[in-house]
Every structure is written in structure tokens, then in C-alpha cells.
Design a protein around this ligand. Structure first.
Ligand SMILES: [Zn+2]
Length: 176
């Protein structure tokens, strides 16, 4: 066995020495491994960067959407006050939309941001009733749950409430 092993070793040594020439094959594999590792690293970093960026953008977007929502609420309250001062309730229904549209923009939320339900303005609400008068034409804050601001006429006066989108559709079907 040793005799067999001997020549085998003798054979293999020059073979290995001869392999020096063939070593590029092995290092090509190694290079391929290194390249593969680098590709993996690159994609890991790319994904990490994208995730980080998405997170930051998400925060920025969420904050902006919150700010816009707050501005919308304040603007609608201001328009409601102007409408009360101008006695919209006593006006012909046909004029209400145009009169609403003529308000000066408050808080970067133009009057056109709201859909005015003109025919409801002359309705006197019962004790428990809330009559919708104006509603955001487009929903807000889909990151924190989509909804609209709605201006209601109640027996206690005009109030602005946040209404989730599904609810809003239900009563708009009734109101319109
Ligand atoms: Zn709005």
C-alpha cells in the first residue's frame, strides 16, 4: 500500500506543480466567489439604503399629510364662520356654491378643496341631527386611515368633524 502510495505521491507532486499553470482556474473560481460576495453585499446595501430611504420618506410624507389635514380642518372652520357671517342659510341654494368658491383661500386649502352640499344649507337640524354642508372633495391621510373633514349643521351650531371615508359615503348617498 505504501509502495502504491509512494508513487501516487510522487505523481501527484509534479502534477500539483504542474497545476500552478492551471491555478488561474481555481482563482477564477475564487474570483467568482469574491464577485458573488460583492454582488450580495451590493444588493444588501442597496436594499438597506432603499428601506432606510422609504422609512425617511414615509415619516416625511406622514408628517406632511398630518399638517395638511390640520390645515384643512382649520380652513373649513374659517369658511364655516364666514358662511355663517354671510348668512348662507338664508341664501338661494343656486348661489351657495358660487359664494363659497369666492372665499379667499385659508391655510393653503382653497374653497374648491370642499364639495359643498348646497341644498342642505337651508335645512334646520333637529336636536340629534347633523346635516352635512361641506366635505373635502378628496380624502386625506391614507397613511393613518383615509377620511374627510365634514362641516355639519347641528342644533348647537356649525361643527367640523373628521369622518372615515366609508362613513362619509354612506351619508353622502343620503344627503345628495
Ligand atoms: Zn380636506
Amino acid at each position: 500500500m505504501e509502495a502504491m502510495g509512494g508513487p501516487m505521491m510522487d505523481d501527484s507532486e509534479p502534477f500539483d506543480a504542474g497545476h500552478v499553470g492551471a491555478q488561474p482556474t481555481r482563482s477564477a473560481e475564487q474570483l467568482e466567489t469574491i464577485a458573488a460576495r460583492r454582488r450580495t453585499m451590493f444588493w444588501r446595501r442597496a436594499v438597506a439604503t432603499l428601506l432606510g430611504l422609504s422609512f425617511v420618506l414615509g415619516i416625511v410624507f406622514w408628517q406632511r399629510s398630518r399638517t395638511l389635514t390640520r390645515q384643512c380642518r382649520l380652513a373649513l372652520a374659517a369658511y364655516a364662520q364666514a358662511a355663517r357671517q354671510q348668512q348662507f342659510a338664508a341664501r338661494p341654494t343656486a348661489l351657495i356654491e358660487a359664494d363659497w368658491a369666492s372665499f379667499n383661500t385659508v391655510n393653503n386649502q382653497p374653497p374648491s378643496h370642499y364639495h359643498v352640499i348646497a341644498r342642505n344649507w337651508s335645512v334646520a337640524p333637529d336636536a340629534e341631527q347633523s346635516v352635512p354642508l361641506a366635505v373635502c372633495a378628496t380624502p386625506h391621510g391614507f397613511l393613518v386611515g383615509a377620511g374627510h373633514h365634514v362641516l355639519f349643521n347641528t342644533s348647537n351650531g356649525l361643527v367640523v368633524r373628521w369622518v372615515a371615508e366609508e362613513e362619509e359615503r354612506t351619508y353622502l348617498d343620503d344627503g345628495e
